[in-house]
Design a protein around this ligand. Structure first.
Ligand code: FE2
Length: 203
């Protein structure tokens, strides 16, 4: 049985986060398939590193997004991310060493975690973000680069978020972009804004 199949029940109605969630499900599914095909531990370990990097990017995006709107349940949400981070760190060496039992346990944990987290915690957060953006007539792309309302920002250290600055091509129009809400640099500001408007129209 496949544990990692993204479907509409996982949607949080913020296009960027939905795309990232889908990517996590796909990366985890790749690992599950590799294990079923008895791929060597080194190959499974490599895929796990890919997944771990995607997870870390995604968590950083969500955490920036929550902080940028002063999300009241940020601490609770962050705790759930930290739990997944700790498990990943714990299981990574076991998976890399070819411990199939540990790998299965990890995938079971991840499947349950993704299901619960996207279905409840991320949906709550996304709903707050959408309401905030609607009532403040703002969007994540405008807020990017402004200091976060965090202790670090208050102390003058001006944290602006974790996004990379690599220039890539927008997948929709091909324009070069440094847009930061797309971890793979997939979409430029204009195309992203169009998709945000589409999200809001759906509400
Ligand atoms: Fe989350």
């Amino acid at each position: 049985m496949r544990h990692f199949q993204w479907n509409q029940e996982h949607e949080v109605f913020i296009s960027q986060l939905d795309a990232e969630h889908r990517g996590l499900f796909e990366a985890a599914d790749t690992i599950e398939r590799a294990i079923e095909a008895h791929a060597p531990a080194s190959a499974v370990g490599e895929q796990l590193h890919v997944l771990a990097a995607q997870i870390e990017d995604h968590f950083a995006h969500e955490e920036w997004l929550m902080q940028s709107v002063s999300y009241p349940s940020y601490g609770w949400h962050r705790q759930q991310h930290d739990t997944a981070r700790r498990r990943l760190k714990l299981f990574m060496p076991m998976v890399e060493s070819g411990d199939t039992e540990a790998t299965e346990l990890f995938l079971e944990f991840l499947a349950g975690w993704l299901q619960d987290h996207t279905g409840v915690t991320d949906r709550m957060m996304a709903s707050f973000v959408r309401n905030y953006e609607r009532s403040h007539a703002t969007n994540a792309f405008e807020r990017w680069g402004t200091p976060l309302r965090t202790a670090a920002a208050a102390a003058g250290r001006g944290a602006t978020g974790p996004y990379p600055t690599t220039i890539r091509d927008c997948r929709v129009c091909g324009t070069q972009t440094t847009h930061q809400m797309r971890p793979n640099g997939l979409t430029c500001v204009k195309c992203a804004e169009r998709s945000v408007s589409a999200d809001l129209d759906r509400d």
